[in-house]
Design a protein around this ligand. Structure first.
Ligand SMILES: [Fe+2]
Length: 400
């Protein structure tokens, strides 16, 4: 499926003087491999700490991962305090409950075990616990007031790549709209990527998180902030994810394919950290807020329409991705459409809705959705500038 002969120069990622500039300092020790979670005890001890806040959610308890990690930590002589009530798409309420709990024992390290929700909540707790105030104070970039606790991320899904990012994505409980709270000090000190932990994901979670990771590779590859480093992460992620996604759907116990998905999602997360996201995420967030649509469903629905919308601004880049996936030759003028159709077929084959109409979105709400999408910071990095009218026509095209 992968076409290794594709080779074109991305002139759009080059400035007049040459390649786009970037500033990248790796801050996370990454431990990858089947069974690598067994190293958690020695990893924590290497930080010279003993009081641990373990942040997770009820699904992880059910899968048996919470007890396993707790045992591994306790057998290393560490003291564990468990906060395992994180809700999906965590809100400021999740964060403030976690902070209140943590204040009672003054943790020295925070470990998040789970999907994006647990990792975002863990980072959010770290902000408020160490810098005070409330979560809303950290919306934006660089708002932490001092050092934060060391943070260890152990993802159990292959989706957000949150373990590679300095952002905590926390929702406002009233509007359900998401706030991006970023600070380099919030980055994980260690990320443990154990593919065996992702084998227990229910099929629908494998689908929605996998589609999300794929969208991260596609969106980051074309943003206005892209640079040679971010594109290296995006493209490697794309190749790994596209090759392994059908495999994990067919055989959920395939640890090698699960590893490719987990590492692909991590690389896509690194791409986000270095080049941000685009109009798909801006358009998806209001859908999740108004219709309680899972992030991966909203993303999988909107992504093909965004690729079509961006075609005039990113056709050569989309052609590279289409070529990598074996969809066409690099010079094919229909490459963007072939990529969009391919992405739509992935969602369709996974049983996800591919039009807003089939997702029961009300046409009369499109104006409000467009207005909210245009206020999403992430949309400002889209390769084609997005006005309210642009979002309105994007949603209209996605009605089907
Ligand atoms: Fe996403």
């Amino acid at each position: 499926m992968i076409n290794s002969t594709a080779h074109v120069i991305d002139t759009a990622a080059m400035t007049a003087a040459g390649l786009s500039s970037f500033d990248y300092q790796p801050q996370t020790r990454v431990i990858f491999g089947p069974g690598s979670v067994s190293q958690i005890g020695s990893v924590v001890k290497s930080l010279n700490v003993s009081r641990v806040l373990l942040v997770t959610d009820p699904g992880i308890k059910k899968a048996g991962h919470e007890d396993r990690v707790k045992e591994l930590l306790e057998s290393s002589g560490l003291t564990i305090h468990l906060y395992d009530q994180v809700t999906p798409n965590p809100t400021t309420d999740d964060v403030h409950r976690g902070v209140e709990f943590a204040r009672s024992f003054n943790p020295e390290v925070i470990i998040a075990l789970g999907g994006g929700s647990s990792m975002d909540a863990g980072k959010g707790i770290n902000f408020v616990l160490t810098s005070g105030g409330q979560m809303q104070d950290y919306k934006g970039i660089g708002k932490a007031k001092g050092p934060m606790l060391p943070f260890i991320a152990i993802p159990t899904t292959s989706g957000t790549g949150s373990e590679a990012q300095s952002f905590a994505v926390i929702a406002d409980p009233r509007t359900h709209l998401k706030m991006a709270c970023g600070d380099k000090r919030a980055m994980a000190k260690v990320a443990i990527l154990d593919p065996e932990l992702t084998v227990t994901m229910p099929q629908h979670v494998t689908i929605v998180t996998g589609i999300d990771a794929i969208s991260h590779a596609v969106e980051t590859y074309v943003t206005t902030k892209r640079n040679p480093l971010s594109q290296m992460f995006s493209r490697t992620a794309w190749r790994m994810l596209v090759a392994s996604f059908p495999r994990v759907l067919t055989n959920p116990a395939d640890v090698d394919a699960r590893g490719q998905m987990l590492l692909g999602a991590h690389f896509a997360g690194l791409a986000i950290e270095n080049s941000m996201l685009g109009a798909t995420h801006a358009a998806a967030n209001p859908l999740s807020a108004h219709y309680d649509m899972a992030h991966g469903i909203a993303i999988g629905l909107m992504l093909p329409y965004v690729v079509r919308h961006n075609q005039s601004a990113a056709s050569s880049l989309y052609a590279e991705l289409a070529c990598d996936a074996g969809l066409c030759e690099i010079c094919d003028p229909a490459a963007s459409e072939k990529l969009a159709s391919f992405l739509q077929s992935l969602a369709q084959q996974a049983g996800l809705p591919t039009t807003l109409r089939s997702a029961n979105v009300d046409f009369s709400l499109l104006g409000q959705l467009a207005s909210e999408a245009s206020e999403q910071w992430t949309g400002t990095f889209n390769p084609r500038p997005m006005t309210v009218d642009d979002f309105q026509s994007l949603y209209a095209s996605a009605m089907g």
